[in-house]
Design a protein around this ligand. Structure first.
Ligand SMILES: Cc1cc2nc3c(=O)[nH]c(=O)nc-3n(C[C@H](O)[C@H](O)[C@H](O)COP(=O)(O)OP(=O)(O)OC[C@H]3O[C@@H](n4cnc5c(N)ncnc54)[C@H](O)[C@@H]3O)c2cc1C
Length: 401
């Protein structure tokens, strides 16, 4: 195969159908030199920033997009399979369906997994909201428990004072009240607890931002356990700094670990267990393997905005390389942080700028739309964005809406 200039096309394989991988594939699809294969182990793209909303009654369509739709008519070959190994000498990847794919350039963006830090009982007795499957299990539990006991749980405990835990805690109370109404359960007070090991919420940000969010959550009736370490979990309680809290509903949002595909045998780790990359985001010691997004050791790794930026950066340099122009060195992009806390209130932080309330909420909607526009055409992105306003939340047990 040859490109517009008659040169041989480059076979570029991207692994990971998330923010980094999809964006890289879509940007490369605009280049004539690339023959693109996108490999992912699941059929859907997850717009993670909206999953908390799906977990509290929002439409799943607002957070999930089929990969086949994203790559349709773009000249991208899509393969659903799990990456098992890379033979960098032979420029080949091996997949779990026993197939192999040859590459000239390989871009890896596998995302992270939940880390329970070995805390006894936690993996078995907690819920998560990192996949549709987890969100469905969580909602099934909320409904079935209300139907079975006709009263709310003694406590609904969310662990993790970062954005995901805060967003979920902010919405849980109103969702549970709505569920009681729907299942004709007499209104009762609900107890939402948010547990954080550090002395303030949003531990990676200046204290005053966490304090502002703390005040907002308290106003919504959320009880905060700060400086509180989770030590164990069972089916009936969570042990926090030596004290038990009764609950059948524990949601763990507090820990992430790098994708288990990476091992010290095949890649070099940084002290925080991300993959060391050079100034072009190539895995250390590798000429043709790029690691981007959550997997890479970059300043703002762990944000969707960084994964998108990394993808653009790598594609840019591949084009420059192809054109014989000098490549650019990586510069991290300063992300903005918008954290919704309950309805119509969000904190907005960008560099030294910060504000709170309605305006933050509106900006979050704008940021979501912008996120979809990075991946889809204007009509498709607008439709996806508007799905947030669909209320098709059926009870997974009795079908009540
Ligand atoms: C609940 C939640 C809320 C978030 N909210 C925000 C937010 O508001 N703003 C923000 O900027 N960031 C947010 N983030 C972080 C953001 O989603 C991540 O930084 C971003 O998804 C990273 O993109 P990625 O491409 O590196 O990985 P991902 O988007 O996680 O994509 C990884 C892909 O690789 C696939 N994969 C994994 N292993 C394999 C394998 N072995 N073979 C093949 N495919 C594989 C996965 O199925 C997935 O499709 C949030 C994250 C979570 C979990």
């Amino acid at each position: 195969m040859s490109d517009k200039q008659g040169g041989e096309k480059q076979k570029i394989v991207i692994v990971g159908g998330g923010f980094g991988g999809v964006r890289a594939a879509l940007q490369l699809a605009k280049e004539s030199f690339a023959e693109i294969t996108l490999v992912s182990d699941r059929e859907d793209f997850y717009f993670y920033p909206r999953l908390y909303h799906t977990a509290t009654g929002g439409s799943e369509h607002s957070a999930i997009i089929p990969l086949a739709r994203l790559v349709k008519n773009k000249g991208i070959e899509l393969k659903i399979a799990r990456l098992e190994s890379v033979d960098s000498a032979g420029h080949t990847i091996m997949l779990d369906d026993k197939s192999t794919i040859l590459y000239d350039k390989l871009i890896i963006a596998l995302g992270v997994i939940t880390n329970y830090f070995g805390i006894p009982g936690l993996a078995e007795n907690s819920y998560g909201i990192k996949s549709l499957h987890e969100v469905e299990a969580f909602k099934r539990h909320l409904h079935s428990q209300l139907i079975a006991t006709h009263e709310p749980d003694l406590n609904y405990i969310i662990v993790g004072g970062g954005p995901t835990g805060i967003e979920l805690a902010g919405d849980m109370g109103s969702y549970l009240r709505e569920l009681m109404r729907r299942h004709h359960i007499k209104h009762r007070a609900v107890h939402i607890d948010l547990v954080e090991a550090m002395p303030h919420l949003m531990p990676r940000m200046p204290k005053y931002i966490g304090r502002k969010i703390e005040r907002r959550l308290r106003k919504l009736g959320v009880k905060l356990y700060l400086n509180s370490k989770v030590e164990g979990a069972s089916a009936n309680e969570l042990t926090v700094s030596g004290k038990p809290i009764s609950s059948h509903t524990i949601v763990w949002t507090a820990g992430m670990a790098n994708n288990p595909f990476f091992t010290p045998d095949n890649f070099t780790f940084s002290p925080r267990k991300k993959i060391l990359v050079d100034e072009f985001l190539r895995a250390e010691g590798q000429k043709d393997i790029f690691v981007i997004g959550d997997n890479a050791e970059t300043k703002n790794s762990g944000m969707a905005q960084t994964a998108l930026h990394d993808a653009d950066f790598v594609v840019h340099n591949l084009r420059f390389e192809r054109e014989g122009r000098p490549k650019l060195a990586y510069r991290a992009k300063e992300p903005f942080y918008i954290t919704p806390v309950g309805r119509r209130w969000a904190s907005f932080v960008w560099k030294s700028m910060h504000f709170y309330g309605w305006a933050g909420w509106l900006l979050r909607d704008v940021a979501d739309l912008r996120g979809f526009l990075e991946l889809e055409s204007i009509p498709a992105a607008a439709e996806q964005w508007a799905a947030e306003f669909d209320h098709e939340d059926l009870c997974p047990i009795c079908g009540t809406s």
